[in-house]
Design a protein around this ligand. Sequence first.
Ligand code: GDP
Ligand code: ZN
Length: 279
Amino acid sequence: MLEATLRGRFKLKHKGPVLVGDCVQMHEHRDGSTTIEEVMPRTSLLRRRAPGKSKGVRNLAANVQRIVVVGAVRQPDWEPNLIDRFLAIAEVNNLPATLVVNKCDLDCDPGRCAEAYRHAGYLVVLTSVPEQRGLDDLRCVLEGHISLFTGPTGVGKSSLLNALQPGLRLRTADVSRKGGSGRHTTVAAEMFPFGHDGFVVDTPGLRDVGLWGLDPQEVSAAFPEFTALSTNCRFDNCRHLEEPGCAVVEAVAKGEVAETRHTSYRRLLDESADAARHR
Ligand code: GDP
Ligand code: ZN
């Protein structure tokens, strides 16, 4: 670990702060101190719009190549709406997403959680920490990339990373018996090396996905299986709600698209339209 400060010159040149994931050029001074001189060009930028009526965009992480969304079959309960929100963030940031269904040891049919997402084209990995299930597959996903690990609290993100890389020793939180939800353990954005040439980023800025602001246009783009079907909708500007001849609604009726995905879509669309009205 190396501590470095920002040069005054740097602060003037760059408006934003250095982000987790940034590649920087540093200078070591004779007195032993180190300063950041330059931020190298970013290959990706994960950003969030401020929620609701507030304006502005916040940059969260740089150079992330993949978002890994983790959910649990139970404890806490599998919540499609929440999972879909995390996936939507990956989509609007143009980052590929992988879904991890953890705690498979707690359910006799964990595949039920995966089905809708496999249909949508996502890579889904079923895992269990005590049974060591799916860990090799997950390791393959994380190797060689900068991945951002995210998902609801208490689903086992830290436990999975610890199991994959025992030296990491991330703090894990016991799920409180009351609401079935865990405590927050990480407060600052972090990035740590994974395997030979991978990195994992964790940023609390991604946790409160309920407060994430999306544009109405962004919402339909956030559901890739809808985009693929929409060329068959009767109307070019179909919103996939009550329009006649909507290929998405038809696919839901036929069971080719999960009803829960369409419900999440409608909820996100309602929220974004509401927020846009107030902006
Ligand atoms: P995080 O908030 O997502 O980082 O979740 P933690 O890693 O802190 O895990 C929350 C709780 O779930 C801890 O008590 C873990 O021991 C437990 N846990 C994690 N993974 C599994 C799993 O695969 N199966 C079961 N049964 N429990 C797990
Ligand atoms: Zn449609």
